[in-house]
Design a protein around this ligand. Structure first.
Ligand SMILES: CC(C)(COP(=O)(O)OP(=O)(O)OC[C@H]1O[C@@H](n2cnc3c(N)ncnc32)[C@H](O)[C@@H]1OP(=O)(O)O)[C@@H](O)C(=O)NCCC(=O)NCCS
Length: 502
């Protein structure tokens, strides 16, 4: 060790060839493309173990199927230290922002990098709240859904529909570099981008409220003037014919804090979707619709709902020990516990616990709270959870708050999507402003069949034991009847068919 000189690099020895490579390290990361120089002659040493499809002569590929150790972006927006339970927006600890800031101010911070001056904030909030109105025809789109449609299905469609009303914001119509020209110092491109950002943040709560009102068969509310962002949302959800309707101030502030906590969480599934889809230079309305679809999945935006369903199912603190034993036997998952990044308490869950008390002071205490607290305490003490670093995450208490505020269970992902629009757009803007922005196109490791010749249909044989999933499974058709199955029909050529076998 005496002659060892530390260097910001890796030395990689390729044991196939004996060649050695030096790979630079920057920000504790290496470029995956550095491995493409590590080429070998196909089949020279390993023969049949090396297939042509392995493309050995093109250099080593880096495999990481769930992006568990792949940094797909370089970002200045949000920092998470999962081991120490740290979350910062642009360097500011989330705890300070939750106490001192509010949603629209933190949205500005996330998107533009600095806390706004009073003057900048006024201009920003005026612009965003000015854009809360929906085009009359978008309201028609939203009211065309059936009363029992899932609110996320409506919200995803609503975001995509907005794009149809903004042809001037569509790179397919206006030129593909409509936004990416901003990276070259083009102020018009920057202005075009910021206008869509304000429009999308402004319209998100109005669209979300439309999904809620449509299910109730109630007309959509025009966004009010003079209320905060979360106040505007509550007004659009709830106002009927009352004059000077004002949402409860405690609930308005609680929702604002929840929005702030949910605004960004770096490269989560839906934000990665935004940057991925946006990398094709599609319009931001389509990209936000795609991100919203990613968030709809139960592994992402669905956990707060799962927590409440779980608490209802446990049915009282006395049943917690039995439930914990089921989790330890791997018969059940403890929703609201554990996180891919946090290996200690999610800092957002601590703040949310305080918000819950504020909400309960006006709504009354949730009947589920005692069960939740008993569950959290039992899990925190138990070796199963301790040894796996499983702690309460952001969703453990947020669902109880939403429930106590009277939101339907399937509306919880909507309450997550509305503020996350900010994070999606912050990352989209960062990407469009990056001179190195390129279309995202991951590689694959091909392990399928090598080249083979087409077989005529007459020569094909049914496998004696077909491989699982190797053909379509026969499916039942809704509304089908025995009468239809027994019927016959003629095709366009006049050939007679029996419909199908029962
Ligand atoms: C969030 C989550 C998907 C992260 O998954 P992950 O990073 O892949 O975690 P792992 O699967 O590596 O978990 C490690 C171990 O803890 C266990 N574990 C993780 N989360 C658990 C949970 N919520 N309940 C019970 N066991 C859990 C796993 O079974 C695994 O056990 P093993 O080592 O005996 O196989 C997972 O913790 C989870 O399902 N949580 C509940 C859903 C939830 O609240 N999601 C919202 C996240 S904000």
């Amino acid at each position: 060790m005496g002659s060892f000189t530390p260097k910001q690099s890796l030395t990689v020895l390729d044991n196939r060839t004996g060649n050695s490579y030096e790979v630079p390290i920057k920000n504790n990361a290496i470029q995956a493309t550095a491995f493409t120089q590590m080429k070998a002659t196909p089949q020279a040493v390993f023969g049949a173990q090396d297939r042509p499809e392995d493309e050995t002569e093109k250099g080593i590929r880096v495999s990481d199927s769930a992006y568990t150790n792949t940094a797909a972006v370089t970002s200045s927006i949000t920092f998470i230290d999962g081991g120490r339970g740290i979350l910062r927006y642009r360097g500011y600890p989330i705890e300070q922002l939750a106490r001192k800031s509010h949603f629209l101010e933190s949205a500005y911070l996330l998107i533009y990098g600095e806390l706004p001056t009073a003057q900048r904030y006024d201009a920003w909030s005026n612009e965003v709240l000015h854009h809360t109105y929906l085009h009359h025809d978008v309201e028609h789109v939203m009211s065309s859904f059936r009363y029992d449609s899932h609110p996320m299905a409506m919200l995803i469609s609503g975001f995509a529909a907005l794009g149809a009303f903004a042809p001037e914001a569509n790179p397919s119509l206006q030129g593909q570099n409509l936004y990416s020209n901003a990276a070259k110092g083009n102020v018009e491109a920057l202005a075009q981008m910021d206008k869509q950002i304000m429009r999308l943040i402004g319209k998100a709560p109005t669209l979300a409220a439309a999904t809620y009102r449509n299910r109730q068969g109630r007309p959509f509310n025009r966004p009010p003037t003079g209320l905060s962002y979360s106040g505007t949302f509550l007004y659009c959800l709830d106002q009927l014919s009352e004059h000077q309707y004002k949402p409860n101030a405690v609930l308005e502030r609680a929702l604002d804090i929840l929005f702030l906590l949910h605004a960004d969480h770096e490269m989560n599934c839906s934000t990665a979707t935004m940057v991925h889809v946006g990398s094709s230079l599609v319009d931001p309305y389509s990209a936000v619709a795609a991100s919203c679809a990613a968030l709809y999945g139960p592994l992402h935006g669905g956990a707060s709902e799962a927590v409440v369903r779980q608490l209802i199912d446990i049915n009282g603190p006395e049943n917690v020990p039995k439930f914990i034993e089921q989790v330890k036997r791997k018969e059940r998952n403890l929703a609201g516990f554990g996180h891919r990044v946090y290996r200690t308490t999610d800092p957002r869950s601590t703040i949310i616990r305080e918000v819950a008390e504020q909400v309960f002071s006006v709504t009354g205490r949730s009947k589920l709270l005692d069960t939740a607290l008993a569950l959290r305490d039992a899990a925190e003490k138990d070796d199963y959870f301790k040894s796996r670093n499983l702690h309460a995450n952001v969703d453990f208490f947020s669902g109880i708050i939403y429930q106590q505020m009277g939101f339907p269970l399937d509306f919880y992902p909507v309450l997550f999507a509305v503020p996350r629009v900010v994070g999606w757009l912050a990352h989209w803007r960062q990407a469009m402003l990056s001179p190195s922005q390129r279309i995202w196109r991951p590689k694959q490791i091909y392990i399928g069949a090598s080249e083979r010749d087409y077989v005529d249909v007459k020569q094909r044989e049914e496998a004696r034991e077909p491989k699982y999933g190797s053909g379509p499974v026969s499916v039942a058709h809704g509304g089908d009847s025995k009468r239809r199955h027994l019927a016959t029909y003629l095709d366009e050529t006049g050939k007679l068919h029996a419909r199908s076998k029962l």
